[in-house]
Design a binder for this molecule. Sequence first.
Ligand SMILES: [Zn+2]
Length: 173
Amino acid sequence: MTIRPILIHPDPRLKKRCDPVTEITDDLRAAAEDMLETMYDAPGVGLAGPQVGLMSRILVMDCVKDPEAKPRPMVLMNPEVTWASEETNTYEEGCLSIPEQYADVTRPKEVKVRWLGLDGEAHEEQFGGLWATCVQHEIDHLDGKLFIDYLTPLKRQLITRKMQKLKREKARL
Ligand SMILES: [Zn+2]
């Protein structure tokens, strides 16, 4: 397993719609393992393919926050929201591609998601709490959408400028 570098916004790859997974290859399995390791290392609760430059509809997540509890690493391919609650929830979101920036985003409180698992089977599950926020945030990534796209243009610009500065500083090191 390898920790892969995480792309930082702005990056054209973070704005692209990803292609569906058509075949579960060994490369894809290895990528899923790497993505989980990269996510845990960051640390984060979710990571989507494009964030490591993999332009396929694949995401990983584990929203078990309690260090005493058993981890639940999940790999979702071709995820689709099949139902969303009318009730919404506002959560202060962050993103591994937009380090140290947080903002309130309102999304459906609960969602039902269908996906293809690494076992080649279709799965469906209803998510609530942090899991619901996370899965929607990660699915957005597969459509080239970031959480800052929900903010006002002004706030978005401010964060983008900070990220450009961060990238310039990193490039100089
Ligand atoms: Zn993100």
